[in-house]
Design a protein around this ligand. Structure first.
Ligand code: ZN
Length: 239
């Protein structure tokens, strides 16, 4: 899986460097105009949860789809194998605070504690790395963003799956709204959301979409991620 994804990234970089110029294929036949590549990032908050997250990982692996998981530190005990599996299978692992505390309006010490505790645990489990942050509820005061040393992730498509708990409605809400470059918010703690996410992967893959991590999504769009900037899609960051 890693190899496939690296090859994909390599191809995209080559294309940025000038696919437009190579109009004549080596075989000399008529060129079929290639559709622009369509990338999208599924993100899952509030896990890991033993049964639902494992089922989601199985389904993503079967489909060759990558995703990003924003984990709650307090959910990790007893699920360390799932966290290692996420990283080993090419998914991006991020930080959703320790206890889902609302960080907006909180003191710097409180934010440092909620984020730092989960960051330290992820480093212990997965090694040194940059564990991007999605604040609970996606909320931070603009001046709080400067406290972060990693990129922040919001979303463009929110089916409110945690509230609907209905796979048909989740699928319809995402398919109605999604476009290339979007970051989609879902929750791997809800059984219906896992069903919906795998159906969304099947449908969008059949439409030519490739599922990548948030980090890959920005890289493919030529965006250099910056600490303290809140990204909503490949091209949009929060004001
Ligand atoms: Zn959450």
């Amino acid at each position: 899986m890693r190899g496939r994804k690296l090859a994909l990234l390599g191809m995209a970089l080559v294309c940025l460097a000038g696919c437009g110029e190579t109009a004549v294929p080596a075989g000399g036949g008529a060129e079929i105009p290639a559709e622009a590549p369509k990338y999208v990032a599924l993100t899952f908050d509030d896990g890991p949860r033993r049964d639902t997250t494992a089922r989601l990982l199985d389904g993503l692996r079967q489909r060759g789809a990558s995703a990003t998981f924003f984990l709650l530190g307090e959910q990790i005990a007893g699920n360390e194998d799932l966290v290692r599996r996420m990283a080993a299978e090419g998914h991006q692992v991020g930080n959703h605070s320790w206890s889902h505390a609302r960080l907006q309006g909180a003191s710097r010490a409180a934010v440092d504690s909620e984020i730092g505790r989960t960051d330290a645990l992820l480093r212990r489990l997965l090694g040194e790395g940059t564990y991007w942050v999605r604040p609970p509820y996606g909320l931070l005061d603009p001046q709080q963003r400067a406290w972060f040393t990693v990129p922040l992730v919001h979303w463009m498509v929110d089916p409110e799956d945690w509230r609907l708990r209905d796979a048909d409605k989740d699928v319809a809400a995402v398919l109605r709204a999604v476009k290339p470059g979007d970051i989609i918010l879902m929750h791997d703690t809800v059984p219906a959301s896992v069903d919906a996410a795998l159906r969304i992967v099947d449908t969008l893959q059949s439409q030519g979409y490739t599922f990548v991590t948030v980090e890959e999504l920005l890289h493919l769009a030529g965006v250099t991620p910056e600490a303290g900037v809140m990204y909503r899609s490949a091209t949009v960051s929060a004001a």
